[in-house]
Design a protein around this ligand. Sequence first.
Ligand code: FES
Length: 389
Amino acid sequence: MSKNKFSVNGSFKDSVNTVKFLTERMHFVNSAEAVLPTRTDDFGVNKVAKSLHPKEQKLVISKIEKHSDIATSYFFKSETAPIAYFKAGQYLTFKFEIGNAVVTRSYSIASSPASALAGEYQITVKRINDGFVSDYILDNWSVGDEVTAYAPEGNMTYCPLRDADNIVAIAGGSGITPFLSLARAISQGDENCNLTLLYGCRTSDEILFKEELDSLCEKNDKINVVYVLSDSDEKGYEKGFVGADIIKKYAPEGNYSVFVCGPGGLYKFLETELPKLGIERKYIRFEVFSSGKKVIDAKDFSITVINRGKETVIKAGNNETVLCALERAGIEVPARCHTGECGFCRSKLISGKVYIPEGEDKRRVADMQFNFIHPCCCYPESDLVIRIN
Ligand code: FES
């Protein structure tokens, strides 16, 4: 049927045209196959959905770039299928088998969406004190290794219907990666917002991607980058922390959205700084994180896990999330964000009590009423019985 075959003029003709239109539509309905097709994989829409949301992606490490003793970028390609597209600001979740543990961890994608179309992802991993998975990656991943990742996820992306056209992005340490991706996307014409990037580090040596950020800033009016050093006073850098004063100094006139990604301390600091600016809450977006639980009296509990009808009993400390205990015991849980947001790890709490840090309970109301939990942000406070998957 041609697109503009029937015009609508708000007259008697409209009724006539509607009848014609319905008749023609019934002709198509009646001439369609009477039996529903059994193979739907070849439908265009299903192919697109599958390529955007693959269950798993087998990726091969194609390049490793060391930035410093503690930060390294990994580049991935797929040798079997095109890699899934993403929006700047999203993350990739990787699956690891370390000893007996089956673990998942998420890393923001540093490359631009355009590079995904060209078949490549980039993530940057920073060594952290007692970082189980990050240290494993830095010590073990080599070029040519195959790794398993899920489809890109995450909501800290620019959305013109929701966000202001001006984004003030506040990055701390390796939290720069989603904003590097956004800056790259703006410079490649794939995002149409203005970016003021306030990048906080302790010293100038810790700044990642400085050369590229400076070049993106120099070549594009839509991108402005300011470095803020907390521990050293150097020419050409702001001194201090990215708080209300620095934001006020560099934020554009009028409305702006604030995006934040960095360590837990940065979020805590901004919780008291951002209200000073009078920004509407809807314009503030934090990359989600978990603040953890302060344990005074460490205790061990048992968790009875029912997984597809099979029961396993594992040990769990009250200082670790239920998900950590499950992963450590080698029980595979479909987890992605590790912050309670995505809902992938949703499980039924059959009995027992869990602690959920304040402000981190992102369950649906119905899930709360029917005792479903997100094990990634729950800490055991008694012996538990849970059903996963
Ligand atoms: S992993 Fe996302 S909610 Fe638990």
